[in-house]
Design a binder for this molecule. Sequence first.
Ligand code: AGP
Length: 607
Amino acid sequence: MCGIIGYSGRQNPIPILIDGLKKLEYRGYDSAGVAIFSGGDIKRLRVKGKISLLEEKIKQLQLDGSCGLGHTRWATHGVPSEENAHPHRSCGNQIVLVHNGIIENYHLLKERLLAEGHQFESETDSEVIAHLVEKYYAGCLEEAVSRAVQELEGAFAIAVISRDEPGKIVVAKLGPPAVVGFGDGENIVASDVNPLLSYTNKVAFLEDREIAILTPNEIRFTDFTGKPIEKRIEILTWSPLMIEKRGFKHFMLKEIFEQPQVIRETMEGRIKLDKAQVLLDETGLSLSSLKRIKRLVMVACGTSFHAGLLGKYYVETLARIPVEVVYASEYRYHEVIPDGETLAVFISQSGETADTLASLRQVKKLGLSSLAICNVAQSSIARESDGVFYTHAGPEIGVAATKTFSAQLTALFLLAVGLAQLQNNQEERLNLIQAFRKIPWQVEALLGQKEMIDALSARFLHTEHFLYLGRWVNYPIALEGALKLKEISYIHAEAYPGGEMKHGPIALIDEKMPTMAICPQDKVYEKMLSNIMEVKARQGVVIALATQGDESIKKKVDQVIYLPSTHPLLFPFLSLVPLQLFAYCLAARRGADVDQPRNLAKSVTVE
Ligand code: AGP
């Protein structure tokens, strides 16, 4: 998705804007640009391609000034090009802005503005906003923005400057996120907190239909009508260091290696080990309301959806509560029947995914209680849910979700244990929690297999297709492993429940179609072995993820990746690690842009 940034203060904004855009790169983009006040006018520089090209272009100009905007564009309307790159401007360069989102009524607005004599220079929806603000501009930027945004339909987070008001940035939000940072004699706005961390830990998250007016010494807030409002200042706990690579080649690899700590920190202070108790008080949902829950529906996208599939097994097994797991993009078309006993759980690491947010807003209208499982404090989904159970993964920069997935599984496991104790379902909770305490160390041990997995991945450098198989709690991990391979190496990969092979997928098997089979010694071990034999009988190459000590499987497959023994319900925490590493190593060997895969964005804030 697009990234916006704005700075107003006592420093030259260019290095701050460029540094901030680099911290937004992970959101995915195809072009970039900046605009700053300089020499009594607004100077604009834009490129198609990476921020490094923009830096080269900037070096050729002597740009000074103390206020400016920056943008990374992920094309929605109009091809990736310099003309379509942001910042966009009005006719006389009077108004300049950056925009994240989609203006759904831009055609109508553009026709009207063209008829009124405005000259357009791009194919984008965003440019319409600049001309609309110009139309209403009469010397006060926030008033003009306030009038303009009331005519917009769709989603937008915009930052706007006017040539006549140097140093002022006006921000307006409806849908995509915008957060402002309070500095000392300088203030900053961005799409998320990462660009702010180097300048301040005091921030305020804009809600929908809010406007922020930034100058070097002040940030004021109003609603879309211009009525002043008060905003709470949040203190960030993330540090700038957390968003650096720290010696790893890619953020994704660093984040895979952070998983043991992330599991520990997400568990921290939430389990009373002696009593096998999990504390759900912090969710904000009363224990009495949680006790009344008779059904859960888990709503998410992508990797978070896979976490929900595993969460289903945890809640149904431990708390004996039925769970439905639905893609957020599909859930919006379900006939949701409010029954007062359903808890809707929205799983989203970014807390900004448009489909998940739209589903949350739909259930709120129907009166269902909602719980968010999010990684970003004060994100839209976290703020708008009745309760929130935060994961503590820290900022995840790689587009491919890894540590936030482990953190989601941890949160869902804890939720299941917490619900079980409310239902007085004592069954096997204690030994499960004891086993869970070892997971971070076992994951740590697994990370030591990276070199072996890297060597294994070399065998598949030119593979075009991969099949991932798992059964029971390992089927969601097969799905996640396939998604990882797809999204960062661009190799086609499909996941199936092992039992589905006979119903079609086995037709795919030949010597060119390798299979990754998750086959621990659990209750479906024998059945998974049968699947493996069926694949081998058709010349398929099989890599098996097996339980340490299972010597017999060696003779049946081409390669074994051994994992430590644990409670069968917890094996997914371990099996996901080699699958993440395999996808990472193969993608890196193929020279793919691992942290920013093509066409992908870290947070899909548009539908
Ligand atoms: C996973 O690697 C992808 N980045 C993507 O599928 C992601 O999980 C999905 O877009 C959901 O994002 P969210 O957790 O921020 O809602």
